[in-house]
Design a protein around this ligand. Sequence first.
Ligand SMILES: [Zn+2]
Length: 287
Amino acid sequence: MASLFPITVFAAALLCFPALGHGWGSDGHYIVCEIAQEKINDAASDAVNKLLPDYAKNNLSTLCSWADDVWFIFPWSSELHYINVPDNSCSYNYSRDCKDPNGVQGRCASGAITNYTTQLLSYGDSSNTSKYNLTQALLFLSHFVGDIHQPLHVSHASDEGGNLIDVRWYRKETELHQVWDSAIIDTAKIDFYDSDVANYIETLKNNISGIWSKQISTWQSCSGNEIACPDIYASESISAACEWAYKGVTNGSVLEDAYFDSRLPIVDLRLAQAGVRLAAILNRIFG
Ligand SMILES: [Zn+2]
């Protein structure tokens, strides 16, 4: 049985600190892990079940937002949820961009995905079992693969990934970052899916086996023998941030149907890609 830390601490943590915009909202991360869970092979499924704590009941999705709930217990993890790109750039460069505010190289979402992938490769290797907490590695990896696909998690530092851009989402005052973390997903859920995230997930799964099916092998593949290729995911995100998230938006913008209708397909695509890629990474790690 896997352990994280005492469940009382975990429960208290959940009660005291709601998620503070460290990634897709809880629905977004849930969707990503639900898609992934269905696509992992038997070996990966067996390892995931062994690593998950009992109270997860063999369901990775229930803990997909765990990393957003523990950043205050692990303050060093805060910078691992995103990547800052210079304001004048719409492209990502690992050596330039993957560092924390103190300039420590590798401390960003991309570096974290590589790090936790490497840790998980020691699964089953008895000499390494005491070196890492592989349960935490699994939960961090599953979460950061989601985050790196949210376009505004690979975006400009000066506006904190849209957190400093105040907008109205229909009648509600919010920030651009929140629109992409959760508002677009919430509106889609209400408008198209009877307020039930399971219906949303079903539609994305149908698209994965339908209209997107020819792209799946491209989404899954990395060059050479790489297990994960987070720099590709990051490059796609900053592109989408410039082309779709930031485009036409300034402080005080009112975002309604025109923005929702044109951006929802991007959100759907990024959620699906994250889920498919998380499964591919877990299959390569444990398969
Ligand atoms: Zn996050």
